[in-house]
Design a protein around this ligand. Structure first.
Ligand code: CA
Length: 220
């Protein structure tokens, strides 16, 4: 999942980005409202973590512009403790949910799952094809009921494929999901992760379509 983190506090921003990357998210970090506008106008994100008090352009204005463009990307607003007016204003401007600082990483992850799930219109949290199952909430993967241990990046790659079973996802789309800006990326990284996934899960449900990309599901 690819996230845009908008936060001007260097300590909060740095620690959030690192924590999110360790969880297997591709997290891009911008530090002011104008940079957020530019990123949101030019790139697609699965969700936005938005601070409201920002230099150059306030978070509420960034959010209003996003919605005015008809962009429904899920937005989680981060507000200061007891700033009730901020919460209300954020929700009125089109935020999907809010977090009160300081918050635990677990709470952030749970709310992220909730807003992206609602956005995707999925009632069930688990993703599955055939007997392969991935649960984003518990981060458990099973094949034929047996647990399989995946690295954070392997998990993120499998999740991207299982969100649209049978649909071909290009290498570039997968790289966008797995890596933030400026992260070092070997040109064959995705095929290496695919190789590892096939070794752990079996090769029958994970397919390469030469020149186009990858898909999960029964072979077509
Ligand atoms: Ca701030």
């Amino acid at each position: 999942m690819r996230l845009l983190l908008v936060e001007d506090d260097p300590m909060i921003g740095e620690s959030l980005r690192e924590a999110l990357r360790r969880q297997g998210f591709a997290a891009d970090w911008v530090r002011d409202g104008q940079a957020a506008d530019a990123a949101l106008s030019s790139e697609r994100f699965d969700a936005v973590l938005l601070d409201l008090g920002l230099p150059r352009r306030g978070g509420l204005d960034v959010l209003k512009s996003l919605r005015a463009r008809g962009d429904a990307t899920p937005v989680l607003v981060m507000t200061a403790r007891d700033a009730l007016t901020d919460k209300v204003a954020g929700l009125d401007a089109g935020a999907d949910d809010y977090l009160v600082k300081p918050f635990e990483l677990d709470e952030l992850l749970a709310r992220l799952r909730a807003v992206t799930r609602r956005h995707g219109g999925r009632a069930d949290t688990a993703l599955a094809v055939a007997d392969l199952r991935l649960d984003p909430a518990t981060r458990e993967v099973t094949r034929a009921g047996r647990p399989v241990l995946l690295s954070a990046r392997e998990f993120a790659l499998l999740q991207a494929l299982l969100e649209r079973p049978g649909a071909i996802v290009s290498r570039a789309q997968l790289e966008d999901r797995l890596y933030g800006w400026g992260e070092e990326l070997e040109s064959n990284a995705i095929s290496v992760y695919m190789h590892q996934l096939r070794k752990k899960l079996g090769a029958d449900l994970l397919h390469t379509v030469r020149g186009l990309g990858y898909y999960a599901g029964p072979e077509k």
